[in-house]
Ligand binder design. Structure first.
Ligand code: AR6
Length: 173
């Protein structure tokens, strides 16, 4: 049984078996969580990402999928990189966002990670509305069978924390 927990803060300060990165398909870095992870995690993460791009991920990591690398200097064993969908008002991309969480849990299981810290994927640069993203995140983790003991959502600000807290409360009833 997976326990879902919430903390407000910077995900790069967390201690966990695996830390999820809200990456882009290039796996070569960016802003937001991605920038922070590469800054604090150091060059070993980027080096391994480059290796993935030179190998089986030559075209990049598709949206909704996930892949693990070392966590470098972070207080974790692995970073699990996933690529969220860009929010679209015209097209329902919810399943791709749900797929990010499912893929991360599958990779975490394969690694044997027991604690996983996860950001609110797609809610920054990719503009997904926070309440809807929280609903998808919580529902998907609850509905996905896995061996992870704790999925810890790490929310950057009070608004994101409140959205996840209210969704977590809903799904308990
Ligand atoms: N710790 C926890 N949450 C954070 C942190 C942090 N250090 N920094 C930002 N957030 P984003 P996306 C929150 O933009 O929307 C990058 O350039 C942020 O407030 O990191 O999936 C990638 O390379 C927001 O709620 O990810 C991609 O190109 C959430 O984390 C693109 O952004 C996600 O924001 C991915 O965009």
């Amino acid at each position: 049984m997976t326990t879902l927990t919430l903390v407000q803060g910077d995900i790069t300060r967390e201690s966990a078996d695996a830390i999820v990165n809200a990456a882009n398909s290039s796996l070569l870095g960016g802003g937001g969580v991605d920038g922070a992870i590469h800054r604090r995690g150091g060059p070993a993460i980027l080096e391994e990402c480059r290796g993935l791009r030179a190998g089986h991920l030559g075209k990049g990591l598709p949206t909704g999928e996930a892949v693990a690398t070392t966590a470098g200097d972070l207080d974790a064993r692995w970073v699990i990189h996933t690529v969220g969908p860009v929010w679209s008002a015209e097209q329902d991309r919810s399943d791709l966002l749900a797929s990010c969480y499912r893929s991360c849990l599958r990779v975490a299981d394969e690694l044997g990670a027991r604690t996983v810290a996860v950001p609110a994927i797609s809610t920054g640069v990719y503009s997904w509305p926070m309440e809807d993203a929280a609903r998808i995140a919580v529902e998907t983790v609850r509905a996905t069978p896995n061996a992870v003991a704790e999925v810890r959502f790490v929310l950057f600000d009070a608004r994101a924390y409140a959205a996840f807290a209210s969704r977590l409360a809903c799904s308990r009833t």
